[in-house]
Ligand binder design. Structure first.
Ligand SMILES: Cc1ncc(COP(=O)(O)O)c(C=O)c1O
Length: 345
């Protein structure tokens, strides 16, 4: 039985179990349905079996050895991946400007961080790709257990994960890819190739671009390591089943005809926006992250103009460029509003 149908099932038993709200009493009535579907592991519904099945189905969809549902964001997936493949005192190669969870993961594993630096693209004031040559030069001279690569970057710069994986295989190193911002990639040929079938571990946030609720995410594994124990070190024994069911629904939606159509529609609309706004420069490997620059304004000024004049808020800005994040849920109306504003700048 799927997680979604399990939550709809009405039990016959009178439950003297957690959660004490008994699916009826609600303190915060706007979340009435959340209370209604909030069941527990001790419940006779046996939700663990449904969760196992949902994760197995997800692994089939992604073509991975295992896919685990996460309720504490990509941060928890990256920590679990490091805990799963790294031992105390091992060296882990991480980017010196990565999301803080990379360093935290290494620290929790009792391992040593070895840092690599990525150069900046001065024209756009954003970090470049991680060059395989750089990784090669470090792996050649140091004993490293695992490498963590962020791809795509926040702004949509994608690294050559296949080339980096080949190097990792050559030197016997685990490859962990932080694909937090690339959860749509497995579902469109018009987006960069996902790492899910390439890296040993790939972590994706469903909540960032794929329409998921905060902080739903996925940990994909493609090697012979079982991540169950590592996940148990950092995961509650009382997960939210409504949230887990939302992950199941989310993945099925992305993999459905309708979901894929929605992604292609978004890509097509952004392409039109790019063609229409000749006064604006666009950059990046991932079209859904609208990274823009104007000849007239600095990045900060551009962001300010969009905000004060048009009530449009970007995701991230620097001195040179501004990035507007799109994903499932970014509709035509929203894109058109941005198009109109950009044309007027
Ligand atoms: C590149 C990158 N990796 C990991 C994370 C952590 O993701 P989450 O918020 O899902 O824990 C973030 C969050 O912003 C991020 O930008």
């Amino acid at each position: 039985m799927s997680l979604v149908s399990l939550l709809k099932k009405k039990g016959r038993n009178t439950l003297f179990t957690t959660p004490s709200h008994s699916q009826r009493f609600f303190i915060y009535h706007k979340l009435r349905n959340l209370y209604k579907y909030d069941i527990s592991e001790t419940d006779t519904h046996n939700p663990q079996t449904a969760l196992e099945l949902a994760q197995k189905n997800a692994a089939k969809i992604y073509g991975t050895k295992s896919t685990s549902f996460l309720l504490n964001g990509s941060s928890s997936g990256i920590i679990a991946a490091v805990l799963a493949c790294v031992n105390k005192d091992d060296n882990v190669l991480i980017w010196d400007n990565a999301h803080p969870c990379h360093k935290n993961a290494v620290r929790l594993a009792g391992a040593n961080p070895i840092y690599y630096t990525i150069s900046k693209n001065a024209d756009w004031d954003i970090y470049e790709k991680t060059q395989p040559e750089l990784i090669d030069s470090i792996l050649k001279t140091s004993t490293i257990k695992a490498v963590i690569i962020t791809s795509p970057s926040y702004e949509g710069v994608v690294s050559d994960i296949k080339a980096i994986k080949n190097l990792c295989t050559k030197y016997g190193v685990y490859l962990i890819v932080d694909e937090a911002h690339g959860a749509l990639y497995p579902f469109s040929d018009n987006l960069p190739e996902s790492a899910v079938k390439i890296a040993d571990f790939t972590i994706q946030s469903l909540h960032k671009t794929a329409g998921g609720l905060n902080p739903t995410a996925l940990l994909h594994c493609n090697c012979d390591i079982d991540v169950t124990e590592a996940l148990s070190l950092i995961t509650t024994t009382s997960p939210s089943y409504p949230m887990l069911a939302s992950i199941e629904k989310n993945i099925n939606y992305l993999n459905s005809k309708q979901g894929k159509k929605e992604i292609e529609k978004l890509i097509a609309e952004i392409k039109i926006l790019q063609q229409t706004c000749s006064n604006i420069e666009f950059y990046g490997d991932d079209i859904t992250k609208i990274l823009i620059k104007s000849r007239k304004y600095t990045g900060f000024e551009l962001s300010e103009q969009l905000f004060t004049k048009y009530h449009i808020e970007d995701e991230r800005t620097n001195n040179k460029s501004t990035m507007l994040l799109c994903g499932i849920g970014t509709d035509e109306k929203k894109i058109n509003r941005l198009k109109k504003a950009l044309k007027k700048l």
